[in-house]
Design a binder for this molecule. Sequence first.
Ligand code: C2E
Ligand code: CA
Ligand code: CA
Ligand code: CA
Length: 277
Amino acid sequence: AKAAGKNKFSFFAHEIEEGLKTKHDLEMRMRAAIESNSFEVFYQPKYCTTEEKIIGAEALVRWRDETGGLISPLSFIPLAEETGLINRIGAFVLKTACKDCLAWQALSPNLKVAVNVSAIQFAQADFVCFINAMLRETGLSPSLLELEVTESVLVCNLENMLIVLKELRGMGVSIAIDDFGTGYSSLTYLKRFPINVLKIDQGFTRDMLRDESDHGIVEAIIRMAGSLKIDLVAEGVETKEIANELKRLGCTTMQGYYYGRPQPAKAFIASLVQSNE
Ligand code: C2E
Ligand code: CA
Ligand code: CA
Ligand code: CA
């Protein structure tokens, strides 16, 4: 039994070592990718069902690997956050998104761009200055920029976050709560924080036509947002049926494969031209 235990131990030690090695490799590849500009920004449309057109886009980062394939953010954002590299990747995404959004204005005035911001970036002492500098540098109006943050941003260091969010709001930048309802924060922050938009997580919309409790949660979020005068975006809308039910309940801004997948800027512009016709 002792021998088996020892084997088991060395087996795990080996696993951990492998894990660290892969992690270290990934970090090194990520650093090289930053140096060689191997990150790209894709855009997914946000569609307004009352105006019947695209009113915004969410910027979603992609990593183009050595073979030309795309690496999903789900597989590198966690390590990027752990190593702090998210600050450099995030700065690239933000700058690209601001520049692209400015270019879209000629085609679609007032089209907004939403950029995901990690809690690590938010916690940077000069985050507000950084956003301000980015807007000045690119020339994008602050009213066209929306920052998507998850509830985890609000939970840690509440008082400081309140100040940061108020400064951003003061500049005219919008704040969206991403994956709303999946975090651990309390509902009181909706009253205390200057929040413009709630994004209803796909986890609630996906099964809402079959699952009564999901349907109930979506209905409650829509009603609550209405009385708090907060805008809504439904995430992960994949079918016409779900879109229709969301509309019936009062949610009119949709994002999901049914309305368009994330795509490179060029392809997004083509969808925009089509949506304007
Ligand atoms: P998220 O912010 O919740 O973004 C929505 C994700 O759902 C995107 O995955 C999008 O491609 C996917 N999606 C959109 N519509 C549908 C649909 O109808 N069905 C399904 N099944 N999926 C849909 P993606 O692009 O792989 O991004 C994953 C996550 O990575 C994002 O989740 C976000 O948390 C993070 N992320 C992406 N880009 C950035 C970035 O620039 N900065 C930071 N900090 N995080 C990012
Ligand atoms: Ca998002
Ligand atoms: Ca989301
Ligand atoms: Ca998500």
